[in-house]
Design a protein around this ligand. Sequence first.
Ligand code: MD6
Ligand code: FE
Length: 217
Amino acid sequence: MTDDLFGLAEESDLRPETLAPGAVVLRGFARGDSAALVAALREVSAEAPFRHMSTPGGFRMSVAMTNCGELGWTSDASGYRYTALDPDTGRRWPRMPTSFLRLAQAAALQAGFPGFVPDACLVNRYEPGAKLSLHQDKDERDFTQPIVSVSLGIPAIFLFGGEKRAETPRRILLTHGDVVVWGGPARQRYHGVMPLKSGEHPLVGTRRINLTFRKAG
Ligand code: MD6
Ligand code: FE
């Protein structure tokens, strides 16, 4: 899965970068698969279009979202939850593409979480200015399972905090193909994404896409 077909992978690509116990960045891990991932994503978003969900408090999220897999994360006036049906279409979420599943499992294994079987993939699309406020991921049932997060497109600054919101987060630049795996003692850490700066990526265009794989059910 690393992009070493022509021996171009850099040293740093091969060594996981530890953010905290249980959280690692696998630099460039998805780069070699990224064209296939983007092609598969086009089919997913044709079936389940990106939409701006509302927070329970009534705010429109700046990040546009969709899902694939058995379960999809949704937010509206009644709260955050996973659903088997897309509330916008009334149909099941699209199947998780095999390329997505294989990548997520390989990344989890590389990070020390064998046997990861995600049933949900939340897809986040950031246009310039879009951001994600500090939050914890706590809508899943089983916190022993990690989250695998794949960044595609233009770079973003990822905020990685502590177990309390007040802790000042670290800032980590995530670029096209970077994968963050997040589990064990890091599972409940606050995190977010700074407002996206403008840019252009040859494959993805003027946006950033993030895929987060979870075992939700
Ligand atoms: C994003 N990611 O990178 C948003 N959550 O666009 C997340 O919220 C996230 O990257 C849990 C674990 C890894 C993540
Ligand atoms: Fe999150």
